[in-house]
Design a protein around this ligand. Structure first.
Ligand SMILES: NC(=O)c1ccc[n+]([C@@H]2O[C@H](COP(=O)([O-])OP(=O)(O)OC[C@H]3O[C@@H](n4cnc5c(N)ncnc54)[C@H](OP(=O)(O)O)[C@@H]3O)[C@@H](O)[C@H]2O)c1
Length: 325
């Protein structure tokens, strides 16, 4: 048995209940892990609220760090005692101990704290696939990074800048402008700026953007699409303000034969090789100083409801994580 946070009914943070659950022995290709720190992500809140369906009761959470305590048959990449992290795993992270397939795991490099890994592996892997593999950002590209001071956005902005892009960042209020500039954004705009598209046109000398990375969704999608250059790429990867309205297919032609994608990390970390490239490139960027993720705020695992409130509170500028004592 282990302590875990269990979701029985959809709803607000108070639906996250502290209970004990069974932990099976690891089967073939699986490992048992004792978590040290567990990540908290928007996708967890979407499962809690019902936006992303999940069978109930459920132990949610897809990101964590811990120590391997037992190996199932066929697992040769790890040994008992290895410190491992994951950011693209099936749900089950909100527990002191869990059993899971070994494939999504990577060894946490020396120099990366458990807290940092648990807060950022999913967000950093997301930034990696968006900037390197979904589209390979080139020096001189004009790139919009929405939510440029958010957990994923700040990594995206810093990394795109080090790749030589001209980064336009967006934030919710002018109080965030300096933080977005510090993250490498040359131009910072509010999401709701009525001259948003005009300002992007001016900044890019009328060329518009090679790629727009939109995690805000409903509030920004239409303006984002108008900022994509001919044959450029619109990447709608999140729902911070709600899911975007349905898209009229002809609008993509009118904008200049632009491409639209709605990607998920799971589809860019489908094999051990992809996962290792994705997480490895992110951790190298942190170790080299190219990327400095946001500060973390710790909550004991049993206080998962408070961690969800922290994540959903737009005044907060730190990333919540759940600690296991
Ligand atoms: N598709 C994928 O592979 C993938 C992977 C990771 C994350 N995501 C998605 O990306 C989004 C951001 O995730 P994150 O982990 O970076 O979250 P986060 O650290 O909590 O940041 C959320 C950001 O969204 C901004 N925001 C804009 N409008 C908002 C609203 N109405 N409510 C709340 N926040 C709003 C917030 O800043 P301001 O208040 O300053 O605007 C903040 O910068 C989520 O939708 C998440 O599901 C997708």
């Amino acid at each position: 048995m282990t302590n875990a946070i269990v979701l029985h009914e959809l709803g607000g943070p108070d639906q996250l209940l502290w209970e004990t659950v069974e932990v099976p022995d690891p089967g073939p290709d699986q490992v048992a892990i004792r978590h040290t720190v567990i990540g908290v992500n928007y996708i967890d809140t979407y499962m809690r609220s019902g936006l992303y369906p999940v069978g109930l009761p459920a132990v949610i959470g897809q990101q964590g760090v811990g120590v391997i305590t037992a190996l199932g048959a066929n697992v040769s990449r790890f040994e008992v005692g290895d410190k491992v992290g994951y950011g693209s795993a099936p749900i089950g992270a909100y527990a002191e101990e869990r059993v899971m397939k070994a494939d999504p795991l990577v060894k946490v490099p020396l120099g990366i704290s458990d807290e940092l890994a648990a807060a950022t592996q999913l967000r950093g892997m997301t930034a990696e696939y968006l900037l390197f593999r979904l589209y390979a950002v080139q020096p001189g590209d004009n790139v919009i990074v929405h939510a440029a001071t958010g957990g994923t956005g700040v990594i995206m902005a810093q990394w795109a800048r080090t790749l030589g892009a001209r980064v336009i960042g967006t934030v919710g209020s002018p109080s965030r402008f300096d933080q977005a500039r510090a993250a490498g954004c040359e131009l910072v705009l509010e999401y709701q700026d009525p001259e948003f598209v005009e300002k992007v046109k001016d900044f890019t000398d009328g060329k518009l953007c090679e790629v727009v990375y939109d995690s805000v969704g409903k509030d920004t999608f239409n303006a984002s699409l108008q900022c994509v250059k001919r044959r450029g790429l619109m990447v709608a990867y999140g729902n911070g303000s709600g899911t975007p309205d349905p898209v009229e297919v002809l609008s993509l032609a009118r904008q200049g034969s632009v491409y639209l994608t709605r990607p998920r990390l799971d589809d860019y970390a489908t094999t051990v090789a992809e996962t290792e490239v994705c997480a490895g490139r992110f951790y190298e960027a942190v170790i080299s100083g190219a990327v400095t993720p946001r500060a973390t705020q710790t909550f004991p695992l049993r206080e998962a409801p408070a961690a969800h409130r922290h994540l959903e509170d737009r005044e907060q500028l730190s990333t919540p994580v759940l600690t296991v004592g």
